[in-house]
Each structure stands twice: as C-alpha cells, then as structure tokens.
Design a protein around this ligand. Structure first.
Ligand code: PHB
Length: 359
C-alpha cells in the first residue's frame, strides 16, 4: 500500500512524493512575458512538492489571454525559465511546464497587432479576461481555418522543445478549463465542419495531433495532460461528457504518457455531493497509467485516495499558494496558512513569496 509521502516514478520523471503543486496563474511575469526573480523564488520555496506543474504558459504570442503571463515561445523566455528550473532542481524538486493556448479567452489588446483571438468557432465567450484595464469582456474570436492547424501544432511542438531546453523535466498539455483544446473538444463550443468538427473523433483530433507532435518531440515519458470534463468556467459542458472524455482517454492510453491529471467537478469549486455525476473511475481504468487528481482535496481525503489506489498523485492549488512547505505540514498534520485571495493575480511579493514556513 502506497502513501502520499512515498516516491513514485511517472514516465521518465522520478518524484520524491505524490504531492503535486497544481498549475496556478499568478500574473507576475516581467517585460517580454518572462518569469522574473520573484517567480524563481516562488517556485524555489515550493520545491519540496513531489512535482511542481509551473503555471500555464502561452506557446505563442497568439496563445496569450491574460496580462503578464510568462510565455515559452522566445529564446529570452527560455533563458529566464532556466533560473526557475535550476532553483527547483537545486532543492531536489521536479518541475514541468503547462503549455497553454487560451483560444477565444483573450482580448485584442493582448494580441499581436490587435488581432482577434482564434478558436474553433467565431462565437464570443461569455467571459472576462485580465488586461491593463482590469477585468473586461473577451473579444469576438475568428475561427481557425483547417489549413492553419498544422502551424498551431508546430507551435505546441516548438514550445515543448523550448521547455526541455529551459530545463523542465517535462510538460503538461493544458486541455482543460475551456481554453483552446477544450474549445475544439466540446460540442457546446465547436461548431465546425470538416476534419476538426462534428463527431467526437473529429473534435478530439486537435488534441491527439498535439499529443503526437509533443510526444514525438520530447517523449511520452515527459508528457502529461490535464482534463476537466465537468468544468463550465467559460463554456457549457459537452452534451455527453462521459462519451467525449471516455473516447479521449481511450485514445491517450496507448501513448504511455507520464500522467493524466483530472480536475474533478468545477475548477476551483467545492467538492459538492450534489454535482452532476461523472464517472472519473471509468477514465482511470481506461488510462491505466499514473493518475493525478485535483480539486478541493484536504489531508484526509488525499491520504485516503492514494492509500486506496483511487489515484497515484494529488495536486493542490490554493493550499500551495498559501503554504510553501505544504508537504511538511501534511506530513505533520500541521495547520496551513491563510490564503490572501486578493493577491492571487498580479502585484509583487505580497501574497506571492512572503508566506511563512514552519520554523
Ligand atoms: C485564470 O487565469 O484564471 C486561469 C488560468 C488557467 C486556468 C484556469 C484559470 O487553467
């Protein structure tokens, strides 16, 4: 029987425990969408996690949807990330980067030459994004043409190569939270015809093309993926989430990925028993590989979930923001720090690198 505190090897990556820092957008990037010195310190402080999944990072200038998020498309960004990965490795930690394309969740003021965001559709999302003017409604997108998809897949491949060059142990493909890949997956958003629209097979094609390109470039053992079958964040659910995500996971299984990371229920929501039913265990059985779960786990539930074999790894979001030494606190049953929710997005050290650790 395994515990939360036992080592585990996921693909090519050896972890010292099963406690994972979830990817968390903090909007502290410096000029050029680069992680700065504060970000180096932030991740260094949290390096006792078995694995850090560094925050969602745009794969190209068109992939950006929020102010001051750190990218992974330029040589300068690769260099800046090297300081982060070196700091985490010096503390004995492991770190992968979450590769992000926001799709239609963006604003023309954030995109090159004031371009419209791109998506599977030209229908605007009912959502807001964080810009220089604060939170404002997202812009109307332009539907990608089929002949633009190869270029998009190339952007993912290059971003994965950049991440490895920056010293990351691997990447996590962000296929969750109603961003670009999920805008293709779900029939609630994807209104295309042609090879990337219509049937489940067609709507899953972009994701599987991206997985093929990235695993071909850096290896499946360094590639993880994040899904959120029931999240409604900026779009309604698919008409049949069980069938859609069942197909996706069945197709992912043969790749031998490092892990599959699933957000259970509504992203950032509470673990409410009255949430619509979704059979996550069926996906776990179909995947067979390392299984990571996230959303509202506390110490007891995390320990019980790993001990019972329902999951191999537990990802914590907000607890890792407030409590840099979360692994030690969980081990000792110590209380966690209070989260300063007003300091989540943007700003400086306050609510970022100034949380206390146990003496
Ligand atoms: C956010 O900026 O609020 C955000 C970013 C990435 C996610 C979810 C939320 O996956």
């Amino acid at each position: 029987m395994s515990t939360l505190f036992d080592p585990i090897k996921i693909g090519d990556i050896a972890l010292s425990n099963r406690i994972v820092m979830a990817p968390l957008t903090r909007n502290r990037a410096v000029e050029g969408n680069k992680p700065g010195p504060l970000t180096v310190e932030y991740y260094r402080q949290r390096a006792t996690a078995g694995l850090i999944i560094a925050e969602a990072s745009p794969i190209s200038p068109m992939a950006q949807g929020y102010l001051d998020t750190p990218g992974i498309w330029s040589a300068e960004q690769v260099d800046a990330w090297k300081a982060v990965t070196a700091a985490v490795h010096a503390e004995g930690g492991k770190i992968v980067l979450q590769l992000w394309h926001v799709g239609r969740i963006s604003h023309t003021s954030l995109l090159p030459d004031g371009a419209a965001p791109v998506s599977s559709t030209d229908r605007v999302a009912e959502a807001a994004t964080f810009t220089k003017e604060g939170f404002i409604p997202v812009s109307k997108p332009r539907a990608l043409r089929d002949d633009e998809i190869p270029g998009l897949i190339e952007d993912y491949r290059r971003a994965a190569r950049n991440a490895i060059e920056a010293g990351f142990d691997g990447v996590e493909i962000h296929a969750a939270n109603t961003y670009l890949i999920e805008q293709f997956l779900r029939d609630s958003v994807n209104d295309r015809s042609g090879p990337y629209g219509g049937s489940i097979e067609n709507r899953a094609r972009l994701l599987l093309d991206v997985v093929r390109a990235i695993t071909g470039e850096i290896g499946a053992g360094r590639t993880g993926i994040r899904l959120s079958p029931m999240t409604t964040f900026t779009a309604p659910r698919d008409s049949n989430p069980q069938a859609l995500y069942g197909y996706v996971v069945e197709q992912l299984a043969p790749f031998g990925l490092a892990y599959l990371h699933v957000i259970e229920g509504e992203t950032g929501g509470t673990r409410t028993p009255d949430a619509p039913a979704f059979d996550y265990a069926a996906l776990h059985r179909a995947f067979k590989g390392p299984w990571m779960v996230n959303n509202g786990y506390d110490r007891d539930l995390a320990m019980q979930t790993v001990a019972s074999g329902q999951a191999d790894l537990i990802a914590f979001g907000r607890p890792f923001i407030s409590t840099p030494d979360l692994v030690r606190r969980l081990k000792e049953g110590a209380a966690l720090n209070e989260l300063r929710a007003d300091k989540l997005y943007g700003g400086g050290a306050e609510g970022y690198t100034d949380y206390s650790t146990l003496a």
